[in-house]
Design a protein around this ligand. Structure first.
Ligand code: 4AD
Ligand code: MG
Length: 453
């Protein structure tokens, strides 16, 4: 049986025979033996293998070029070399899959742009291996956070008929040929259907039955914003809590961020080092800061005041009643407060229909969490639990109430105040790895004009 390199390297004892398998990172030959740096993706580090000339399989050494896959068995001994505890003295080696001369990952230090053009191979580089191990670990941490707090995981549908955010950024799902695209009644579902932009509305129905729930799944947005923070397909984590208001919602968002950042700090020492070394020198310091310090909270109205009085020239002017732009959000979190900031109570005009209308009749109980380097990472709200107000909201937003009758039903039958939020999983990954482009934390990114394979 093969042992993963990660488990070989963390052994306390030598071993008489141990088997490893992976891809050759580099090879150096001398007359009497070859050194192979072997990586199997289980961790950042390589296993150093020494292949003496003449052992079984050593005739295949010339084919063991960078990128080739090999299997090797040998004795694990203490390494005389600096910086590594163990090395493997091969008893036999086997070339499993060779590589052509033009294997694309020959040299170190490829550009992110080049690596994006070979998404099927880039996970074999140190940086992307680390990113995708972190992605896996953070997904596990998300489940742990909610499961340990008695939240029930709900699988909300990917194909849906409702536009949760009301922003008209949905991908249509249809089996109709283009020339019959308008014949909705003849379509597969007998009506218009889309890929979901959010599992929230369905999540709310489960919170109004099981109390605390969360969803964690893919969401899709056909927004044509070609930025480093937007993808057409991304994953969202959406908790929803019954008997909860905006304050409780903000508390949960803060606790979750601290938990996830702490997890990244504690369980990813090796991978975090590479992010700190090659992507963002200040990463570890920033994560430690976020894990320990309380977040700031500021009402939208006050945030607008701060921005207008900042004396800063922004590309987009700051005006009450307008969306905060990314540059505004980043000024608040990076330059003014210098820590994560939760902005709350936004003007009702710029937020979706489902948010709880505040007593001032001008603002809704919304909140966005902004973090340095990213801007908005979480968006959420207390939901409108009063049927009459919700009905007015439908009218104000030009929504046909008949389409949301099931949603209104929750307000007819044992309505409760409830609240929740959405965390963009990729934005979280950008935050904990320091990686600047969302395309580099998604295995196969989908952005405007790019679907790859
Ligand atoms: O602020 P948003 O649009 O909120 C909702 O969808 C609510 N229904 C969530 C809820 O209350 N349950 O999106 C939530 C988060 C954003 O803060 C951002 O992190 C991420 O989802 N996000 C995107 N991430 C990557 N690419 C995109 N195009 C994104 N759009 C939103
Ligand atoms: Mg938002």
């Amino acid at each position: 049986m093969r042992t993963l390199v990660k488990n070989i390297l963390r052994r306390d004892e030598p071993a008489a025979t141990i088997r490893a398998a992976g891809w050759v990172r580099t090879r150096r030959d001398s007359k009497a033996f070859s050194f192979i740096e072997l990586n199997d993706g289980s961790c950042l580090r390589n296993l150093q293998v020494i292949v003496d000339a003449g052992i079984p399989g050593s005739n295949e050494i010339p084919g063991m070029q960078t990128g080739a896959s090999i299997e090797v068995e040998g004795e694990l001994v203490e390494s005389p070399a600096k910086g590594q505890k163990w090395e493997l003295r091969a008893q036999w080696v086997r070339l499993v899959g060779g590589v052509p001369e033009d294997y694309p990952l020959q040299k170190k230090g490829h550009s992110a742009e080049f690596l994006r053009s070979i998404p099927h191979l880039r996970a074999r580089t140190n940086l992307f291996g680390a990113v995708f191990r972190t992605r896996s670990r953070m997904a596990y941490a998300v489940h742990r956070f909610f499961q340990e707090r008695d939240f029930v995981h709900v699988h909300t549908p990917i194909i849906t008929a409702s536009d949760c955010e009301g922003a008209g950024e949905m991908f249509r799902v249809t089996t109709l040929p283009p020339e019959r695209a308008a014949m909705e009644a003849e379509d597969f579902f007998g009506r218009r259907a889309f890929l979901t932009v959010s599992g929230q509305l369905e999540g709310e129905t489960f919170a109004c039955a099981l109390s605390n729930i969360y969803t964690f799944g893919p969401t899709f947005r056909a927004e044509n914003s070609n930025t480093s923070r937007h993808a057409a397909e991304f994953w969202m984590i959406e908790p929803e809590m019954a008997f909860c208001d905006l304050a409780g919602d903000m508390d949960l968002a803060e606790a979750m961020m601290k938990f996830l950042v702490t997890e990244a700090l504690e369980h990813h020492q090796g991978d975090l080092d590479i992010f700190t070394r090659f992507v963002d020198k200040g990463l570890r310091e920033r994560l430690e800061f976020v894990a320990t310090r309380p977040f700031e909270r500021v009402a939208y109205t006050d945030a607008v005041k701060l921005l207008r009085e900042s004396g800063r020239k922004f590309e987009f002017p700051v005006e009450y009643g307008h969306h905060l732009q990314s540059e505004h959000e980043r000024w608040l979190t990076e330059e003014h407060f210098k820590c994560p900031v939760t902005v709350f109570d936004y003007p009702k005009e710029i937020k979706p229909f489902y948010m709880h209308l505040n007593d001032d009749d001008r603002t809704v109980a919304a909140m966005d969490v902004l973090v340095p380097g990213i801007g908005e990472i979480i968006g959420g709200s207390q939901r409108e639990a009063r049927l009459d107000v919700l009905t007015e909201n439908f009218t104000r937003h030009g929504i046909d109430p008949a389409a949301y009758d099931w949603y209104a039903d929750l307000r007819r039958h044992g309505s409760v105040p409830h609240a929740g939020f959405g965390l963009g999983f990729e934005r979280l990954l950008m935050f904990v790895t320091g990686v600047h482009n969302i395309r580099d934390v998604i295995p196969f990114a989908r952005t405007p004009g790019h679907c790859g394979f």
